[in-house]
Design a protein around this ligand. Structure first.
Ligand code: KIV
Length: 273
């Protein structure tokens, strides 16, 4: 079998990176299972991100700090099995890259080998450079992630917009420059003022992907559960809901339960004779 990529229009790390400044914004969406990945592919997203938001929107944890490598891999494999065209990026969960470069490379490689990931995402700036460099040295592309990084929730004291003060904003720009110089192919900017995201986007030569970071990034990412309204309760200000699947789901289950209780389900047509 030829090692060449047989899917002609498959998004690769270089093709994703080369979209910087080309006018067409990059569309990144989280996916944690095969059915979501199939829908996102059919809708034409550029990149599927198996985010560690998995922990909060699928597994019911209160923070992403509780997500393990095994849980991430379980879901990344499901997405990897059906992915055809979109770039597949897997999020390195908390503690999978904090215990040393060797451990981080081993964990990153599991996403590539076991799930078919094209790249991994790592939260943090200059503090994470040694680990980012080690993973890049192992030939695994890295997407950076700066701003309101959810794995830093304890240090931040909550989910608060970052980079509002001048010193913080300057530090974030330095982090972005350092990551880009180290060789990351893209940087997610989360929960920062639009002006700061615009500044970073102008400063670095790799695509910035915004979430709660305004319109001036090179692309946008959303958590699929937010976009589709799959969970009850309020959502952050930056979320635009394109459906209310939670309500539809409750309504459909309620109707089925009523039919069962009224003995109108199953009908003769739904029954084997
Ligand atoms: O875990 C995640 O879903 C993310 C995105 C919100 C960028 O990191």
């Amino acid at each position: 079998m030829s090692p060449t990529n047989k899917t002609p229009s498959r998004m690769t790390v270089p093709s994703f990176r080369s979209r910087k400044g080309q006018g067409t914004l990059l569309v990144v969406l989280t996916a944690y299972d095969a059915s979501t990945a199939l829908a996102a592919e059919e809708a034409g997203v550029d990149c599927l991100l198996v985010g560690d938001s998995l922990g909060m929107v699928v597994l019911g944890y209160d923070t992403t700090l509780k997500v393990t490598m095994d849980e991430m891999l379980h879901h990344a494999r499901a997405v990897g099995r059906v992915r055809r065209r979109a770039l597949l990026v897997a999020d390195m969960p908390w503690l999978s890259f904090h215990l040393g470069a060797e451990d981080a490379v081993r964990n990153a490689a599991r996403f590539v080998r076991e799930a078919g990931a094209d790249a991994v995402k790592i939260e943090g700036g200059r503090r994470r450079l040694p680990v980012v460099r080690a993973i890049l040295d192992a030939e695994i592309p890295v997407m950076g992630h700066l701003g309101l990084t959810p794995q830093s929730v304890l240090r931040f004291g909550g989910y608060k917009v970052q980079g509002r003060e001048t010193a913080e904003a300057d530090a974030l720009v330095e982090d972005a420059r350092a990551l880009a110089d180290a060789g990351v192919f893209s940087i997610v900017l989360e929960g920062i003022p639009a002006g700061l995201a615009e500044r970073v986007t102008a400063e670095v030569g790799v695509p910035t992907i915004g979430i709660g970071a305004g319109r001036q990034c090179d692309g946008q990412v959303l958590v699929i559960h937010d976009l589709l309204g799959m969970l009850p309760g309020p959502v952050p200000k930056f979320v635009r809901r394109y459906a209310n699947l939670h309500e539809s789901e409750v309504e459909a289950i309620r109707r089925w339960a009523d039919d069962v209780r009224k003995r109108t389900y199953p009908s003769d047509a739904e029954t084997y004779s």
